[in-house]
Design a protein. Structure first.
Ligand SMILES: [Mg+2]
Length: 166
């Protein structure tokens, strides 16, 4: 399996099938923040994201933001609003923050999934940490300038890939 290959491709977080996660033995869901849970051009998460998180919690899943965002206040506020734990300054694609989160919850890699909107950070970090990965479409067109650069290569990496829900 290539380091840039996700386990599943889904149009958005609220479209990720919670039954599939639970049914495949997932207990811990690691979530990217920017453009996965919270659109970069919005202050908070959309209602559909909060509803998905509620449903995931009700299904027994444990939830943790793992964010590269350097603004700890933004990440901690989102975590509080969404009722999830968080690990910031994650430095994905390095896998260390994902491992930190798994230790925090006492859940192994085989029962963990990383969900995010970027191939070269979220999917790569997930694969390096040995967890399953779900790539979602970025939830806004707003990105950091260097992310725009990565998006060019990302489009190449995603040629021929179809996303569930599109
Ligand atoms: Mg992101």
């Amino acid at each position: 399996m290539g380091i840039f290959r996700a386990t599943r491709y889904v149009a958005s977080l609220p479209q990720v099938d919670i039954g599939w996660l639970v049914g495949s033995g997932v207990e811990l869901v690691l979530l990217d923040r920017d453009n996965t849970c919270v659109p970069r051009d919005a202050g908070g998460a959309p209602e559909a994201v909060s509803a998905w998180l509620d449903e995931a919690r009700a299904a027994g899943l444990r939830l943790c933001l793992v964010s590269n965002n350097f603004h700890t206040s933004q990440v901690s506020r989102s975590a509080r609003e969404l009722g999830v734990e968080f690990v910031d300054h994650a430095m994905k694609p390095a896998p260390f923050a994902l491992r930190r989160a798994m230790r925090l919850f006492g859940v192994g890699a085989e029962k963990t999934v990383m969900i995010g909107d970027q191939v070269f950070t979220d999917v790569a970090a997930g694969n390096l940490a040995g967890v399953r990965t779900v790539l979602v479409r970025p939830q806004s067109r707003s990105d950091l300038w260097y992310t725009h650069v990565f998006r060019v290569f990302e489009r190449l990496a995603l040629r021929g890939v179809t996303f569930d829900g599109e």
